[in-house]
Write a protein of this length. Structure first.
Length: 187
């Protein structure tokens, strides 16, 4: 695979680093986003083509991006294993939604999503000066809401019929975390 030094690490963790998305990995991103086992709770309801992914890498005139995405790079195995980031960024109200997708399923259950979430929270609160980061997680996506609860997200309640997955409406658990609460836990 590719060496992360070639791309440049942006945020370094213990097992993983968050690095810029890499154009040469477009086929890998498409594989993950189209894999039924990976995409089921990511709200990727329609197939995504390489041409659509290619547009992500085109220059943009947008002054304030509302979407920041990273590649999750496994440090020991020296390979990309997923994507993560912040979207729906509101720069005025200082809040954003957090997302993560571990595309390589053999890495599920290894605390990687927990590490990704912690790195994104530090980045969002300390570098971007966001005040609130939130997550809306499908109720059957037990692994994701367990991560949210483990790292201190506050449970806000259930949003009924939030997602349509495999022919049925499912509820979502809503969470948030405020900057002051996150930073006070880190002291």
């Amino acid at each position: 695979m590719v060496k992360k030094e070639k791309i440049g690490k942006f945020i370094e963790g213990e097992q993983i680093s968050l690095i810029p998305s890499y154009k040469d990995h477009m086929k890998l991103y498409a594989k993950w986003m189209n894999d039924p086992n990976v995409r089921i709770f990511s709200r990727n309801m329609v197939p995504i083509s390489l041409n659509e992914i290619k547009k992500w890498f085109e220059p943009s005139e947008v002054r304030f991006k509302d979407f920041i995405a990273f590649e999750i790079f496994h440090t020991d195995d020296k390979k990309p294993i997923g994507t993560a980031g912040l979207n729906k960024i509101n720069w005025y109200a200082r809040h954003a939604n957090m997302f993560a997708m571990i595309g390589e399923t053999q890495y599920w259950g290894n605390n990687i999503a927990t590490e990704v979430a912690r790195l994104l929270l530090d980045y969002g609160f300390k570098e971007l000066n966001l005040n609130k980061i939130y997550a809306n997680i499908a109720v059957p996506n037990i692994g994701s809401w367990k991560v949210a609860e483990k790292i201190g997200f506050v449970y806000n309640g259930i949003s009924k019929n939030e997602f349509y997955v495999n022919g049925e409406y499912i509820d979502a658990k809503k969470y948030h975390l405020l900057k002051d609460d996150w930073l006070s836990k880190k002291e």
